[in-house]
Design a protein around this ligand. Structure first.
Ligand SMILES: [Zn+2]
Length: 620
């Protein structure tokens, strides 16, 4: 007995056998039953979804001896002829084969006037891939379509409806065939396996269905191939091996690594799959589909019921709860671009690796929406979003030491190469040591992200200053040796202590009422040498510690710098017999000329947001 491929052997012969196109089947059956037939039908859909099969069954339904009937017998001569493809009344053309383009025109125009033969009621013209017809063919067809004889029906099929002229589309009844759901394809494969005495694992059937991407014919061809390779027992492993697919678990695991910022693990998966000879383009495609599935279950938990088992859906749901919609969309966008690049690239692995690392980096970034949400939550006193883990590709950032100690460069200017944590750290060190000695800056500096923000702020404050005299340029040099920087004294005329203290306290009361109470138990006793010294009584350990801790200290330092007009550090001391002057609550608004940028950075909300996101303000 000759071998027939499954796609042919199990080609549907009745409307009931068509897989996954219930909406079309129902409409066609109703139309036939009520004898409300259109002159022309247009079946639109991806390859292998049943367009031609539907057209042939439709032909049988019309021409069967019992017809027109929604249930053609399949055994009469007319039905048999159609099933065998040699009916004189049903003509099939494939417009994709060039040689037939002109033939189609001639045959159709010449033949439509002749009546059907052999007792059939209709002449049917089935044109596959109709969008491939030439313009002249379309024009000729159009004339016939406008006034077709009553015994003529057209059925057009296309995978690319965009290329079909609208004049043709408007004269057809259009049906859109959908990609067949994974579960239905898998079920159909298991049905075939049962008929053929094959042992096909359910997971194997599912994996084939996933690979077929909604095309039943593709799935059947794959099953053919598997039987040829593996014989009568087919496991999921076989499917993965033969077609170079990556297992669903591996795909989910790769996604997990990306979400968790585990770049080493993610790269390991890519390496492993590449070594195992898997198709990386396919893996990228699978990863995108996985992200899309996460997106779907995020918005409709039952949306995947058609395609996945309850177990798989639950796993998806769990994973989707840990990533935002915005992030998913961003990842899909990035991976889709990478997939496009991979198509033509010689080194697919490299493109995949880059894409994955970029994705991890993207997830570490904070979106504007998140910032806004957080700010809104802060203003409304609502719950804050969870503090994010900083997931940068390499640098682990920890806080080494307090910040304000660094503002010692007076009248000097430090240029920071922006955007680099290490450079910012070096700028800080430069600032600290810009005075006399030669200092070697260590290459590896660990700084908290917050510190960076501070350094930026400081630098800008300095730029405000009168003519910069010394330039200590900081660059990304491995072992940085700093130049000797002569100190330049700039006398800006320091106002009286009492006046400064009064304005200071009032500004604190206004902007930081929480620490005002502590600050006021102290007294400004010195402002020389770029250092504000606040004295506290001997029992003032608590208020002192409040003033010295971050971010209060930075606030105080900046406020003093503004009031004095030059960078001013902070020193807190305890002093026996200290007399603290009470400052009465004042209604008069003390105008502290504050740089808008500093005021912005000083805003408690902005500060909090910077802290939460471990961020820095980059733009001026
Ligand atoms: Zn029949």
């Amino acid at each position: 007995m000759s071998y027939t491929v499954f796609a042919r052997k199990y080609r549907p012969q009745t409307f009931e056998e068509i897989v996954g196109q219930d909406h079309i089947v129902r409409t066609l059956k109703n139309a036939i039953a009520q004898n409300r037939l259109a002159q022309a039908y247009l079946f639109v859909g991806p390859r292998g979804t049943g367009k031609t099969s539907s057209a042939r069954i439709f032909a049988k339904a019309l021409n069967c001896v019992n017809g027109p009937t929604p249930t053609p017998c399949g055994v009469c001569a007319l039905c048999q002829e159609i099933a065998d493809g040699n009916s004189l009344n049903v003509m099939e053309f494939d417009a994709a084969s060039n040689t037939q383009v002109d033939k189609i025109r001639e045959i159709i125009i010449e033949n439509v006037r002749y009546m059907p033969t052999g007792g059939a009621k209709y002449k049917l013209y089935i044109v596959d891939e109709v969008h491939m017809l030439s313009t002249s063919s379309f024009n000729a067809l159009l004339k016939t379509l406008e006034e077709p004889p009553a015994h003529v029906k057209f059925v057009f099929a296309t995978t690319d409806v965009q290329k079909v002229p609208s004049t043709i589309i408007s004269r057809c009844q259009r049906f859109d065939l959908r990609r067949i759901p994974r579960a239905e394809i898998a079920r159909h494969l298991l049905y075939i396996a049962g008929k053929e005495n094959l042992t096909l694992a359910a997971a194997a059937a599912d994996t084939i269905a996933r690979g077929a991407e909604g095309g039943l014919r593709d799935a059947e061809s794959m099953l053919d191939q598997l039987v040829a390779f593996c014989g009568n027992e087919i496991s999921e492993e076989n499917v993965l091996d033969v077609f170079g697919f990556t297992g669903q678990e591996t795909v989910a695991g790769l996604c997990e690594s990306v979400m968790g910022g585990a770049s080493a693990e993610a790269l390991q998966v890519i390496y492993g799959q590449s070594e195992a000879g898997k198709d990386l383009s396919r893996l990228m495609g699978d990863l995108i589909v996985h992200l899309r599935n996460l997106l779907v279950v995020q918005h409709d938990p039952r949306g995947m019921a058609d395609e996945l088992s309850a177990e798989a859906t639950a796993a998806l749901l769990e994973q989707s709860g840990r990533i935002s919609t915005g992030q998913l969309l961003e990842l899909i966008e990035q991976f889709a671009q990478a997939e496009g690049r991979m198509k033509w690239a010689a080194n697919k692995k490299m493109h995949m690796e880059i894409a994955v690392i970029r994705a991890i980096q993207t997830l570490g970034q904070v979106t504007l929406t998140e910032v806004l949400e957080t700010l809104t939550a802060l203003r409304g006193g609502g719950a804050l979003p969870e503090k994010r883990e900083v997931k940068s590709a390499g640098v682990k950032v920890v806080a080494p030491r307090p910040v304000a100690a660094k503002v010692e460069v007076e009248a000097g200017r430090v240029e920071v190469v922006r955007g680099s944590l290490v450079a910012a750290a070096k700028a800080e060190m430069a600032a600290q040591s810009a005075a006399p000695a030669k200092v070697e800056a260590k290459a590896e500096v660990e700084v908290e992200a917050k510190v960076e923000a501070k350094v930026e702020a400081k630098v800008e404050a300095k730029v405000e200053m009168p003519p910069p005299v010394v330039v200590a340029k900081v660059e990304l040099v491995e072992d940085l040796v700093l130049q000797e920087v002569p100190e330049v004294a700039v006398d800006l005329g320091v106002p009286a202590l009492g006046d400064i203290w009064l304005r200071f306290v009032e500004a604190v009361r206004r902007n930081r009422p929480f620490i005002a109470g502590y600050v006021e138990t102290g007294q400004l006793i010195d402002l020389s040498n770029g250092m504000a010294t606040i004295a506290f009584p001997p029992d003032g350990t608590l208020p002192m510690s409040y003033c010295e801790r971050s971010p209060n200290k930075e606030y105080i330092v900046e406020l003093f710098s503004q009031l004095v007009g030059k960078p001013t550090g902070l020193k807190c001391v305890k002093k026996e017999g200290l007399i603290v002057e009470k400052i009465a609550p004042s209604e008069v608004k003390v105008e502290v000329a504050v740089d808008p940028l500093i005021a912005f950075k000083d805003d408690p909300l902005i500060r909090k947001a910077l802290e939460i996101f471990q961020a820095e303000i980059i733009a001026n």
